[in-house]
Design a protein around this ligand. Structure first.
Ligand SMILES: Nc1nc2c(ncn2[C@@H]2O[C@H](COP(=O)(O)OP(=O)(O)OP(=O)(O)O)[C@@H](O)[C@H]2O)c(=O)[nH]1
Ligand SMILES: [Mg+2]
Length: 388
């Protein structure tokens, strides 16, 4: 043990004895000292950690954004994740076609041929929790046949804003024959479009040296939201995702509630929550692709919150109007809100949005981050050439 001269002698009797006549740190105190130093270092390193919450109602696209971020940061998927996606793509196709078949019955429409009736009956026998063995070529063929040939299915598809169905249903139908193959290998787009509802809280680490981001994905459906409170501490930024195409569709968990109305209320609750009054919010209006094609046929005025819209109805004007409605929800300063219009299904949209968000977070925390980097360099914990 090294002697430390000229410091106070301890009276606790725990002094570490050696042959030296100097005054010694007690063993206990030395350990405490080391722990203190470690904690101090961890505290400085923690300043380079950024926690970002992905919030929004169910099916807004939070997990889609996260999937894109993982691909952008080259985080490889495990074999079991790949299998989950394959299975979910098959289930998504079956679930969506079964919803259309039920709607044919609900609207009291008739299938136009016995072949359609038989194929619909085959699908109705299965539910979307079936094991993978049930997804045979016959099942894929039945989905494909009904989608391409049955006019009653086409008719209810046109009415899809009146009942709940996944936004990417047509993608699953168009590709179901590929999904069912034994040697099916999903493309990047398949991974992005596969729908697996999130339950609980999922944390993903993204290293953007010298910063370390923890992106927290949560389930957005009503019964999942009560878990959100568990991740509200030490949040550096919120990415709130709003599903633009929800203006004329209903919620999965309550088919009497318009998705956009739910989203506006949720946004107001989050943005005005005491815990986040000074937290930057990045508001991502998602599914621009669907919105753009929908507004050609149905005005945004069908949504209660947008009924006073009387503009020309083109994409940019509608987007500006929707943005204005969201900004009006903010009860405090609005400069902490940044808005992006995206289609999360396209990687380039997420890439540019993410780069902007990271740059903005760096600017907003510049002073603190730079001082932590300087301190860590001085302690040899970071290479000298590293920059914010
Ligand atoms: N057309 C289109 N579909 C999208 C887009 N982004 C997401 N989707 C689809 O929307 C559906 C729901 O997306 P998720 O990412 O699972 O939604 P979520 O917000 O994580 O939903 P929860 O986990 O229930 O909270 C999926 O089927 C996606 O394929 C987009 O930009 N365009
Ligand atoms: Mg999710």
């Amino acid at each position: 043990m090294k002697c430390i001269p000229n410091i106070k002698r301890f009276s606790c009797g725990n002094c570490f004895k050696c042959s030296c006549s100097g005054i010694h740190l007690s063993k206990k105190n030395k350990v405490e000292n080391e722990i203190g130093k470690k904690l101090e270092l961890e505290g400085i390193k923690d300043k380079l950690k950024m926690k970002i919450l992905l919030l929004g109602s169910g099916e807004s696209g939070k997990s889609t954004v996260l999937k894109q971020l993982k691909m952008i940061h080259k985080i490889e998927m495990t074999q079991s994740e790949i299998q989950d996606y394959i299975q979910s793509l098959r289930r998504n196709a079956l679930q969506c076609m079964n919803i259309l078949i039920e709607q044919v019955q609900a609207y009291e429409l008739e299938f136009t041929s016995d072949e359609s009736k038989d194929k619909a009956a085959l699908l109705q026998k299965l539910d979307d929790e079936e094991s993978d063995e049930s997804f045979t070529l016959d099942v894929a063929d039945a989905i494909n046949y009904l989608w391409k040939n049955e006019s009653a299915i086409k008719e209810v598809w046109e009415k899809r804003s009146e009942f709940w169905i996944l936004d990417a249903a047509d993608y699953y139908f168009e590709n179901v024959e590929r999904f069912i193959q034994d040697d099916f290998e999903p493309t990047e787009e398949d991974f992005v479009m596969a729908r697996i509802m999130t339950t609980g809280i999922i944390k993903t680490e993204l290293n953007i040296k010298p910063l370390q981001f923890t992106v927290v994905d949560v389930g957005g459906q009503r019964n999942e939201r009560r878990k959100w409170i568990h991740c509200f501490d030490d949040v550096n930024a919120i990415i709130f995702i709003a599903n633009l195409s929800g203006y004329n569709t209903v919620l999965f968990e309550d088919q009497t509630q318009n998705r956009m109305m739910e989203c506006l209320t949720l946004f107001s609750q989050i943005a005005n929550n005491q815990a986040f009054l000074s937290t930057p919010i990045y508001l991502l209006f998602n599914k621009k692709d669907l919105f753009e094609s929908k507004i050609r046929n149905e005005s945004i005025t069908v949504c209660e919150a947008f009924k006073d819209y009387d503009g020309p109805g083109d994409l940019n004007d509608c987007l500006n109007f929707v943005e204005k409605k969201f900004r009006e929800q903010l009860k405090t300063q609005s400069d902490r809100l940044k808005v992006f219009h995206i289609a999360a299904r396209f990687k380039r949209d997420i890439k540019t949005t993410w780069e902007d968000i990271v740059a903005d977070i760096k600017v907003k925390n510049k002073k603190e981050l730079e001082s932590a980097i300087k301190e860590l360099k001085a302690r040899g914990e970071l290479p000298q050439e590293i920059k914010l």
